[in-house]
Design a protein around this ligand. Structure first.
Ligand SMILES: Nc1ncnc2c1ncn2[C@@H]1O[C@H](COP(=O)(O)OP(=O)(O)OP(=O)(O)O)[C@@H](O)[C@H]1O
Ligand SMILES: [Mg+2]
Length: 730
């Protein structure tokens, strides 16, 4: 965008908010050297330089004043402002600083140095948010903008003269055979454009003043920060100068009094002015929610409550190892602490340690494991106007299409008929009363199909035979025996064969979905490696149906995908992204970046950021906002969730060491003799004592110091000693 560079600074233009106050003190007064003024003088606008004897009004006599003068201060320490006011001191005197020292190029108030800069030159072109670097500057700054609307009539008059002048200059150059001054030509173009826009009313005209006051603890700091600010502005082609010899007015202009005492302005049209709006820096920090990471632009926290969005779904895309699962584990852990239940489908068995650490339930599905889910289970939810059995048959239809592969219309009809028959054989019909009966199993469907004795039915039966007789037997062909009753539940499908994984995930998701619908709670459901579900149109469709309806059931569904291309080329994949209010992009591969950029409307800069991102770095989208992010964890969190081989080995070594130490403690001689004496009840009481008085219990001389931080089993101590400890406690 363009900053109109037409006029030199003019003071004669009528303003909406003219500054009429005169200076407190002329700069030349301070030019003679350092001066001390009282606080009273600072606030006194009538130019009276004489220190007002404020202190005497606070009840101090001459002697007190002498002492204060020796201390270099003319204002007493005000301990109790109420008392000072009651003693006759004015409120202004109470709140005013103790000392106020004015020098050529800084002022010093109560020992803090301040320097004011004013902006004197602006670039011709700027982009919106160009002040971001200064707003997010790494040191505190007081920044003031003054915007004065200017009457267009006067501006147009000036513009007319200016244009005429410039046209005359160009005409003269041409007449004399000289090359036209390019700057004049550019200015003329700008002026004509502005004239046109002002006449049409599409732009207005303003004067703009921009001041920065820099505070610092000492002069050296002040000079350093001043240089940095000037350099930062310089990189934006903005020139800023210190308000030398006018520091007091400069300082005053950046106080929140809306009093521009420097009055150094620059003309701007509406478009140019709009680019100075300072709050474009992306920040996603809300009062509630969990910490997702840190915004590297301004080091602000990205704290967000995903349940505050129009839907709570999240989609995560990145290359392998970029930190997707790590991010989700952190979010799960932190959400759990805030009372959100978490359910995870874990195809890599990488959530196991985390699950154990939070006391969660870890359910493994494999041929040999005891956990079973029967896909024929009925939800037992009766919603007005809904036919539970009908809905179940529909969802089974989708599942069996994934299991059986492509079906022609005749086979589909046959399957539909067989499913209804299977339920009927168990006495289950559309009557809700019958739906409490034990549901059928995969084997029942198989038998029904075989019993039909037609070739297409036998063909279908053959396709599910492996689940009831063959290699896939044992997982989904028995009655359900798992329940989600832990706030942190993980379903692991790592043991399941790759080909079976989408089927397993489908069945587990259906099971979870039923539970989610049955009792309403704030929940997160994480589907790691969600691209497995996108491999078949029917399982993808099922994912999509959950994404669409999750909001109603207080569920936030997180889908994690490394296969971006696969996911985003499908319409359903794109729909899932569109229906996820929160999205996270971490490192992307060059092959996938264009597809990602297209779906997420990324700029060139954002594409570069994602291509060059390190582990845990990316862009976090929440609704219409997005910020760059890097994901941070505490060392304790990292230990729990990292799957890096080096971290895993270190953890194993630490565990082995801890185990060895425990064995050493167990083997300590004093512990052996009494171990058998303690009764279980006694042990219970004793361990309670152990927690409340850990330091008093020196159980083994060989124990390392940190044993006292742990719960000590007192059954290993002499019962007599322990009883004594309990008696002492009581
Ligand atoms: N923000 C982070 N800070 C520190 N280490 C991280 C961070 N993110 C990831 N890591 C490290 O990188 C490892 C791999 O990350 P993660 O398991 O999240 O990858 P992923 O994107 O899920 O990969 P895949 O698609 O293969 O599952 C983690 O185990 C951890 O050690
Ligand atoms: Mg992962």
């Amino acid at each position: 965008m363009k900053l109109t560079e037409i006029f030199k600074k003019k003071k004669s233009v009528p303003r909406a908010n003219p500054v009429t106050e005169t200076d407190v003190k002329s700069p030349s007064a301070s030019a003679t050297g350092q001066q001390q003024t009282t606080a009273q003088t600072f606030l006194n606008k009538n130019g009276d330089q004489k220190p007002t004897p404020v202190v005497s009004r606070a009840g101090l006599d001459e002697e007190d004043l002498d002492i204060l003068a020796k201390q270099g201060s003319t204002k007493p320490e005000i301990v109790d402002p109420n008392k000072a006011v009651a003693d006759g001191m004015t409120v202004l005197d109470v709140v005013a600083p103790k000392t106020f020292e004015i020098d050529f190029d800084y002022i010093k108030i109560n020992g803090v140095y301040f320097r004011t800069l004013f902006v004197s030159g602006y670039p011709r072109f700027v982009s919106p948010g160009w002040l971001e670097q200064i707003i997010n500057f790494d040191s505190s700054l007081d920044i003031s903008f003054y915007v004065y609307p200017v009457e267009v009539k006067g501006v147009l008059e000036d513009l007319r003269h200016k244009i005429a002048e410039m046209e005359a200059e160009i005409a003269t150059d041409l007449e004399r055979g000289r090359i036209v001054n390019a700057t004049t030509q550019a200015k003329l173009d700008d002026a004509q454009l502005l004239q046109e826009e002002l006449v049409k009313g599409s732009e207005h005209f303003y004067e703009f003043a921009f001041y920065i006051t820099i505070p610092a603890q000492d002069l050296e700091d002040l000079n350093d920060i001043t240089k940095q600010v000037q350099a930062t502005l310089g990189s934006l082609l903005v020139s800023a100068q210190a308000a030398t010899l006018d520091m007091e007015n400069g300082f005053y202009s950046t106080l929140p009094f809306a009093a521009d005492r420097l009055s150094i302005t620059r003309n701007m049209d509406t478009t140019s002015l709009s680019t100075t709006f300072p709050l474009t820096s992306a920040e996603l920090s809300s009062d509630s929610g969990v910490l997702y990471g840190i915004n590297p632009l301004n080091e602000s926290f990205v704290i967000f409550d995903r349940f505050s969005m129009e839907n709570s779904n999240m989609a995560i895309f990145a290359t392998s190892g970029a930190g997707k699962s790590y991010f989700v584990k952190l979010e799960s852990l932190r959400s759990l602490m805030l009372g959100t239940e978490v359910i995870i489908i874990d195809p890599e068995a990488e959530y196991k340690d985390l699950c154990a650490a939070v006391g969660g339930q870890y359910i493994t599905f494999s041929y040999s494991s005891l956990s079973k889910i029967n896909p024929f289970d009925l939800s037992q939810i009766y919603e007005e106007g809904e036919n539970q059995l009908g809905l179940k048959v529909l969802s089974l239809h989708a599942l069996f299409k994934v299991i059986m592969g492509a079906l022609n219309p005749m086979q589909e009809a046959l399957l539909d008929h067989a499913l209804v028959e299977t339920y009927r054989a168990k006495g289950i019909t559309q009557d809700p009363a019958t739906q409490k009966k034990e549901p059928p199993l995969m084997e029942d469907l198989y038998k029904i199909l075989v019993g039909m004795e037609t070739e297409p039915a036998l063909d279908l039966a053959a396709r599910i035979e492996k689940f009831v007789k063959g290699s896939f037997i044992g997982i989904f062909d028995q009655q359900t025996n798992v329940e989600i009753n832990n706030p942190f539940t993980v379903f692991s499908v790592r043991e399941v064969q790759d080909a079976l994984r989408p089927i397993a995930m489908f069945i587990i998701l259906e099971f979870i979905w039923t539970k989610v619908k049955r009792d309403l709670k704030k929940r997160l459901l994480v589907v790691d490696e969600a691209w497995h579900m996108m491999r078949y149109p029917d399982s993808a469709q099922f994912m999509w149906s959950i994404v669409k309806r999750a909001r109603k059931y207080y569920l936030g569904l997180t889908t994690i995908t490394q296969d971006v291309e696969d996911f985003l080329t499908q319409d359903i994949g794109k729909a899932i992204v569109t229906n996820s209010a929160i999205r996270l992009l971490l490192k992307q591969s060059p092959a996938a970046i264009d597809r990602v950029a297209e779906v997420f409307y990324l700029s060139q800069g954002e594409k570069q950021l994602l291509l060059g991102a390190n582990i845990g770095e990316g862009i976090f989208f929440a609704g219409n906002h997005h910020v760059p992010i890097y994901i941070v964890s505490s060392p304790e969190e990292h230990k729990l969730i990292s799957t890096k081989p080096a971290d895993v080995i270190r953890k194993q070594q630490e565990e082995a060491l801890a185990k060895k130490e425990k064995e050493k403690i167990d083997a300590a001689p004093v512990l052996q003799t009494n171990k058998t004496v303690a009764s279980p009840d006694f042990a219970k009481n004793a361990s309670v004592v152990a927690i409340s008085t850990p330091v008093n219990i020196g159980i083994a001389t060989t124990a390392p110091p940190d044993i006292f931080d742990k719960k000590v089993d007192l059954t290993q101590k002499s019962p007599a000693d322990v009883q004594k400890t309990i008696a002492n406690k009581q």
